[in-house]
Ligand binder design. Structure first.
Ligand SMILES: [Zn+2]
Length: 167
């Protein structure tokens, strides 16, 4: 057995032990709110009070910066900030406004090794991103989108033209 096999076996054993410990931990420790630590019905959630305290970033919002608008004036609108100082990226989104509870949760994840927060926060971020494919593709300076949009471009016979124009 070479060292690579030994390392692989040790990693497998470690993963198996960690899964076992997680399963035992879920049986021993009751589910608590990821925000305040109050008892809740299921693991990996927040209590009603914390849920109300999270301010999710929802439409209407700036198409580039993702900052919320007070009124819905349709899709594709840009904020004054995005127009005045266009960022070097196509699109950014936030799941929740970064205030007291959100900040506390991010700090617990980053600095206190609270990796149990990661699955919930990842689901919130995926929902906010709203795109199912990554990375976002650019041809020259033209934003195409993800893999689905690239295939749609090819299906419509427009991909070759875009590639030629960018060359
Ligand atoms: Zn709570």
């Amino acid at each position: 057995m070479d060292m690579r096999s030994v390392n692989s076996s040790l990693l497998s054993i470690g993963r198996w032990l960690r899964r076992g410990a997680d399963a035992v931990g879920r049986q021993v420790f009751p589910p608590i709110c990821l925000g305040c630590g109050a008892l809740v019905g299921t693991h990996g959630g927040v209590c009603a009070d914390c849920w109300r305290g999270l301010r999710f970033v929802e439409k209407p919002l700036c198409d580039v910066l993702g900052t919320p608008f007070a009124h819905d004036m349709g899709d594709g609108l840009l904020s004054a900030e995005a127009i005045a100082d266009p960022p070097p990226f196509r699109r950014v989104r936030s799941a929740v406004q970064y205030d007291a509870l959100a900040r506390a949760m991010v700090h617990r994840l980053k600095y206190n090794d609270r990796t149990d927060l990661a699955p919930v926060m990842a689901r919130w971020m995926a929902r906010a991103g709203g795109r199912s494919t990554f990375p976002q593709i650019f041809i020259g300076k033209t934003h195409v989108g993800g893999c689905d949009e690239l295939h749609a471009l090819e299906h419509r016979g427009k991909l070759d033209d875009l590639l030629r124009s960018a060359a």
